[in-house]
Design a protein around this ligand. Structure first.
Ligand SMILES: [Zn+2]
Length: 473
């Protein structure tokens, strides 16, 4: 009966980890909220969970997902039910998905479409960013309309000219409006001119295989675009967030920008920390599983990214969860089978495995426990206007709680995971550490890595100002 709304629940004796400290404490939950955290002695509850030997952390926040998204004739294979079930099993209790207003569509229409996908379907709480693909009205009006609707971050693309890319002028206009209204601009940084030239060269020479996807999107294309983003942020005074940063030179630019005092942030993703471009040397059908943008890099980039994460030059790990089944990958964007790398749906699954994968570096002693919680839970919540409701175990916060068993082992094979995809990028990895219990607003949504939630329990969370890391107190 654990978790029905009116009941009081006590999580006793765990090591409570925040972004700043680890302490032995009890967590008392009532009416979907955390009521007290501390040494609670003889407090009585309707149900008690023994967390001795376990870590108790805030539910993880994944600020980069693509659920139920149309891509060519196909769509990402997780919808808001299967995707959030998988998220919950892996310890994520809030996702921010990318709603998109395609050209010719108003932002309100784009947002309504994503509400339609999520409403009554999610097992954990969710919110949306809004992707802007053109400025049909003044940026200030568009941003104001979205902020009013609880959407305080915007995504802009520097590549994909067919459907998504906007000019630097548009980025600049949105940045100015976002700066005035407490919103955050998220950028996909890859220089499209570089990509277009390289892609044409590859295809012209008859190179059609997935490895040429990576060859045509080199690290320099990312670093050049990040530099443009920095200049635009400098000129407008806006906060800016680079999504899915994948390479060492781009990271170096972010580090320098931050040291110069800009509100400039970046996330990386598990695929860039764990996988490398060697995957593109597999047989084409398997290599296609790893086609994503930016592409996987040579291994030394991952080393730099881990170091950047540890030092705080990278502030967030998110997933860019955009799964396609083997059949969808094989069919290609137009259906009927791809004939070159540009026709392969781009994206990898990851919504379920992020928390445990990042934890492996804690287990190896290469990342602090508090850093793990900070990059996966607290900073994403703070940057995107969810804090203190999400991302921290404090009185008054939503009771989104993960009891994490540091000794649980789990092979990351597709059969043990719940994402709607028939392969796992991490199938050769058995992680140590997995959530044994996951609560969303006090309700059990996963137990020992298996689903226990109810579609429709998850609610839309309107967000506050985004883009500044302000201390909660
Ligand atoms: Zn993405």
């Amino acid at each position: 009966m654990v978790g029905s709304q009116a009941q009081a629940l006590l999580i006793r004796g765990g090591d409570v980890v925040s972004s700043e400290e680890v302490r032995r404490a009890d967590v008392f939950i009532r009416n979907e909220r955390i009521e007290r955290v501390g040494a609670l002695g003889d407090v009585t509850a309707d149900a008690t969970i023994d967390a001795a030997g376990k870590l108790v952390i805030p539910g993880a926040v994944d600020v980069h997902t693509h659920l139920d998204m149309e891509v060519g004739v196909t769509r990402s294979s997780d919808d808001f039910t299967s995707g959030t079930v998988a998220a919950a099993c892996g310890g994520t209790t809030t996702v921010i998905d990318f709603a998109t207003a395609y050209r010719g569509e108003s932002l309100a229409e784009g947002l309504a479409a994503w509400h339609g996908k999520a409403t009554d379907n999610a097992v954990i709480d969710y919110s949306f960013h809004m992707t802007i693909t053109e400025l049909a009205r003044p940026a200030d009006d568009l941003v104001a309309e979205m902020v009013e609707a609880g959407i305080t971050s915007f995504k802009l693309y520097m590549t994909y000219p067919e459907r998504l890319m906007v000019s630097d002028e548009v980025i600049s206009e949105v940045m100015k409006a976002a700066e005035r209204q407490g919103a955050l601009v998220c950028l996909h940084c890859e220089d499209d001119a570089t990509i277009a030239v390289r892609r044409a060269e590859a295809l012209g020479a008859g190179h059609t295989q997935p490895r040429w996807h990576a060859q045509s999107r080199p690290p320099e294309a990312e670093a050049d675009a990040v530099l443009r983003a920095i200049r635009l942020a400098e000129n407008t005074g806006a906060a800016c967030y680079v999504v899915h940063l994948s390479s060492a030179p781009a990271l170096e630019r972010v580090r320098v920008a931050r040291e110069s005092g800009l509100d400039f942030y970046a996330e990386t993703c598990p695929q860039y920390l764990y996988l490398s471009a060697e995957r593109y040397e597999d047989a084409p059908a398997t290599a296609a599983h790893y086609v994503c943008a930016p592409p996987l890099r040579d291994p030394h980039h991952a080393e730099e990214l881990w170091e950047g994460l540890k030092r705080g030059h990278l502030q967030v790990v998110a997933t860019d969860h955009c799964p396609f089944t083997s059949a969808d990958k094989r069919a290609g964007l137009a259906g009927g089978g791809w004939s070159d790398f540009t026709q392969i749906p781009g994206g990898v699954p990851g919504i379920e495995t992020r928390l445990a994968l990042v934890y492996q570096k804690v287990d190896e002693g290469r990342l602090g426990l508090t850093d793990w919680v900070d990059r996966c839970c607290t900073t994403p919540a703070k940057l995107f206007g969810l804090h203190p409701r999400k991302g921290e175990l404090i009185a008054g916060a939503d009771a989104d709680v993960v009891v994490f068993d540091p000794s649980a082992e789990r092979p990351l094979v597709a059969e043990r995971l719940h994402m709607n995809v028939d392969y796992s990028p991490y199938e050769d990895i058995t992680v140590r550490g997995w959530p044994s219990l996951v609560l969303s607003r006090g309700r059990v949504v996963a137990r020992d890595g298996e689903p226990a939630g109810t579609p429709g329990w998850g609610r839309f969370v309107p967000r506050g100002p985004s883009g500044r890391l302000i201390d909660g107190t």
